[in-house]
Design a protein around this ligand. Sequence first.
Ligand SMILES: Cc1cc2nc3c(=O)[nH]c(=O)nc-3n(C[C@H](O)[C@H](O)[C@H](O)COP(=O)(O)OP(=O)(O)OC[C@H]3O[C@@H](n4cnc5c(N)ncnc54)[C@H](O)[C@@H]3O)c2cc1C
Length: 310
Amino acid sequence: MVGVNEALGRTVTPFTFPPDSPNLHMLQATVNDAQRVKYLEPYARGETISAIAISEPGAGADPAAMITRARRDGDDWVLDGRKIWVSKVDEADFTVVMAVTDPARGARGGISAFVVDRGTPGFEVARAIPIIGGHTTYEVVLDNCRLPAGQLLGAEGQGFAPMQLRLIVRRLQMGAWCLGMARRALTMLCQHANERTTFGALLADRQAIQWWVADAETRIHCLQLMLWHAACRQDAGADVRTEASMIKLYGTELATDVIDWAMQAHGAMGMTKELPLQLMAQRVRVMRIYEGPSEVHRWVLARNRLREAK
Ligand SMILES: Cc1cc2nc3c(=O)[nH]c(=O)nc-3n(C[C@H](O)[C@H](O)[C@H](O)COP(=O)(O)OP(=O)(O)OC[C@H]3O[C@@H](n4cnc5c(N)ncnc54)[C@H](O)[C@@H]3O)c2cc1C
């Protein structure tokens, strides 16, 4: 999948390789027999689309601060709250909604996952929010949204760990998208530098440009090795939370730099909408926010390392 996602990163044509695998991993880790047949199997065949609603107006980078509440009512669950920045929910056949089932426990045993079918009364897509880079996200209102007991995904209160699993897979994918984007931007930079003459010399002969090429090449090589290493460990069943954080952080910042250098080397042409670079720049800019902002990944990586050193 690293190779597939690298190829997807090279193109600016929006394409999702079905099924959208992060939710696939979360479902695989949580479904019961009935949910396997109803949700996972058609989804794995690429017949359905899904979304995930974690973020709230008051809880984004810190999902443990969510307040959307799920209360038991007889055999049912009743969900109330507000979710925001939810991708694909307008077209999704079902949405995995994260909600608090035990406020006292929070992320340690008090957050559960629910599957909400499209059209469920009380589950309303309130508005579309256009985002740079061609994305659209949505705000969702849950108002007295009643779900039968069978819509609980996994064990009550244990929704946080499979949600993290989903985020890990997405972060590895994002690293591979960044690899594809950075490689394409570097190729464009090199081609242009070998063709464009200013002040009697090729851009390729200027040290300022050469250092961009050297740094891009070196960092791209690092990202490639980081991805292969993490993917192998993930396949072997290892915990790659730390590697996934590093890859997401390193990959998005690398692609940001290389795309920007390529735009700069192209001069005015780099500012046009005739080249794909501006679309790639917008796309990677957004990627530094979703699946955890860079600052949060740095914070978590440093916190874990400092704890280890104590
Ligand atoms: C295109 C797109 C698609 C998305 N899709 C989905 C989706 O499908 N489902 C879903 O649930 N969510 C989705 N999101 C939401 C996304 O996960 C959140 O936007 C993200 O987690 C950040 O939350 P926030 O916007 O509330 O920022 P905040 O939590 O308010 O953080 C704002 C900024 O504060 C800084 N910051 C925060 N915490 C720290 C810290 N500990 N240390 C240092 N600095 C810090 C960072 O710079 C951060 O960018 C999407 C977002 C985007 C942009």
